[in-house]
Ligand binder design. Structure first.
Ligand code: TMP
Length: 202
């Protein structure tokens, strides 16, 4: 079972994942958490290039392709083998981030972006994707406070608003794969909802 968490900046995905993993392991499931971009040595090196504030001149197409390179590696090296062994792979972001950020955010052609994503993943789709949705300015405020500011966070508020619109359109277009969770609720309520949604799907 392949589960992905998505959301705009500051949606809390990263803080929820370790608790979900612990919860599922206690229930007897074998779970492997990972993140994008990253999760392999090569992909983590690409992440550093993508997020480095000194790479402000990076073109949107360069950015799009680097995310796909990082993704192709983790899909082949980590995700496919673990799924083949019957594990649950729980990923902090996956290709929907490219559609939201590089497609909607940078306003690049969505069909071209979808074709690239398909090439990078070999067509591997998540079984369940949860959108942790929240107001863009609330999320960016949370992230600034956490001191995790990177090159992507530094895009304009309008860019991040387009990202959120993109996510909401994806939820509507593919409701059988997506579940929306309001991440402006108290952290514990979000965690409870995530546990319920995932258990239901399992
Ligand atoms: P995060 O780990 O803090 O969520 O940072 C990842 C950043 O990378 C976030 O700003 C979203 C961005 N991103 C893309 O723009 N496209 C992608 O395909 C992925 C996986 C992430």
């Amino acid at each position: 079972m392949f589960i992905t968490l998505e959301g705009p900046e500051g949606s809390g995905k990263t803080s929820h994942i370790p608790h979900l993993v612990e919860f599922l392991r206690e229930k007897g499931y074998t779970v492997f958490p990972t993140r994008e971009p990253g999760g392999t040595s090569i992909s983590e090196q690409i992440r550093d290039v993508l997020h480095d504030m000194k790479n402000a001149e990076m073109h949107a197409r360069t950015e799009t392709l680097l995310y796909q390179s990082a993704r192709a590696q983790i899909v082949e090296q980590v995700i496919k083998p673990r799924l083949a062994d019957g594990e649950i792979v729980l990923s902090d972001r996956y290709y929907d981030s490219t559609i939201a950020y590089q497609g909607y955010g940078h306003q690049q052609d969505l069909d071209e972006i979808r074709a690239l994503v398909k090439y990078a993943t070999g067509g591997l789709k998540p079984d369940l994707t949860v959108l942790l949705d929240l107001d863009v300015e609330v999320g960016l405020g949370r992230k600034k406070k956490d001191n995790e500011w990177n090159r992507m966070d530094a895009k304009t508020v309008d860019f991040h608003k387009r990202v959120r619109v993109g996510y909401l359109e994806m939820v509507n277009a593919e409701p059988e794969r997506w579940v929306l969770v309001n991440s402006e609720q108290a952290w514990e309520s979000v965690q409870d909802e995530l546990r319920r949604v995932i258990l239901e799907r399992l």
